[in-house]
Design a protein around this ligand. Structure first.
Ligand SMILES: Cc1cc2nc3c(=O)[nH]c(=O)nc-3n(C[C@H](O)[C@H](O)[C@H](O)COP(=O)(O)OP(=O)(O)OC[C@H]3O[C@@H](n4cnc5c(N)ncnc54)[C@H](O)[C@@H]3O)c2cc1C
Length: 293
């Protein structure tokens, strides 16, 4: 589907349709991700997340047959702006998904702080409170733009566009701060950690167990696993979704700022301010004959 407002000369690309993913003529060129070859090493804890992962791809449509009943837009370039605006608003509302990742990251940060033996330090506790504050603020934004939505004449519900854009703008920022705080609490071992193969090695495994533990009652392996998960979310394969997709998904930050500037009711805000400080009142009281202009 179109990703921006199009003009007459763009009309060949003003198309929107749905197809089965394996239709003839579609080519997927899979993207390269950070740490992607770790996924090919089997179930080592170096993967960080043993259960889930994802990929992105460049999708090329070359002479693909699309039945008419699956075509939603065909060269109607004059509606592309409206289509993008509505699609983007729904997509911007849907960014509660990052809050779920934030929950995992906060849980991992609390756990590593405990494994490191610093969970009672006041600044660590405060940083974890801050992470929760930011994450729940994001949750509030997603709930707000959905619950402030309106029923359309056709029966479907449309999100509150201003709040959806505000919410997405926060999504371009807060996960980065949450990730920063997670790395702060985790410590530098996050990036200097040896591989699982080294931990299993007869030669140096015992030494790594000894020097990579922070507490006698927590096995070094547990500490390594949780650090790998934080690595995965904040700079490894999952950072694609948690950070960069938060920045650019459903449009880059500037796209939301343009929408916010269009949707805010500035005249109403000015009216309220003027009323409280007496500007409006005074101008009403001045006799018409004495007013300027
Ligand atoms: C991992 C990932 C997954 C994604 N998944 C989806 C998805 O499933 N569905 C979906 O719809 N989208 C998805 N997106 C978003 C989409 O792919 C684009 O990344 C997004 O629309 C931003 O476009 P872009 O990457 O080409 O960046 P650009 O548009 O090139 O933006 C780069 C910078 O240039 C600025 N810029 C661009 N054009 C102008 C201009 N004309 N004037 C001034 N400044 C400009 C932008 O503000 C930004 O700062 C995903 C993105 C990522 C990273």
């Amino acid at each position: 589907m179109p990703t921006l407002s199009m003009k007459e000369e763009d009309r060949d690309y003003a198309v929107s349709f749905a197809l089965p993913g394996d239709s003839e003529g579609i080519t997927y060129v899979i993207g390269r991700q950070s740490c992607d070859t770790r996924k090919m090493e089997g179930d080592t804890f170096d993967r960080g997340n043993l259960l889930f992962g994802g990929i992105e791809s460049l999708v090329i449509f070359d002479d693909v047959f699309v039945p008419w009943e699956r075509v939603f837009m065909y060269r109607e370039h004059e509606f592309t702006g409206q289509l993008v605006e509505k699609f983007a608003s729904y997509h911007r509302q849907s960014y509660a998904c990052k809050v779920g990742v934030g929950d995992v990251l906060i849980g991992a940060t609390q756990t590593v702080a405990e494994y490191n033996g610093v969970d009672r330090a006041s600044h660590i506790r405060d940083k974890i409170i801050e992470m929760n504050h930011l994450n729940e603020t994001l949750y509030c934004g997603s709930i707000a733009c959905a619950s402030e939505g309106q029923r359309e004449p056709c029966g479907t519900y449309y999100v509150n566009t201003l709040l959806a854009n505000v919410h997405k703008q926060n999504i371009t920022r807060f996960p980065y701060e949450i990730a920063r705080l997670a790395q702060d609490c985790a410590g530098g071992l996050l990036v200097t950690l040896p591989s699982e193969r080294d931990f299993r090695s007869h030669e140096i495994g015992a030494l790594l167990d000894k020097y990579c533990s922070a507490r006698t009652d927590v096995p070094a392996e547990h500490r390594m696993r949780i650090l790998r998960l934080i690595e995965n979310i904040t700079m490894g394969a999952a950072a694609v979704g948690y950070l960069t997709e938060s920045m650019h998904g459903a449009g880059s930050p500037q796209a939301q700022r343009i929408m916010i500037s269009r949707l805010i009711n500035m005249e109403e805000k000015k009216r309220l301010a003027k009323k409280l400080c007496g500007v409006e009142l005074n101008s009403e009281r001045i006799p018409r004959s004495l007013r300027r202009g």
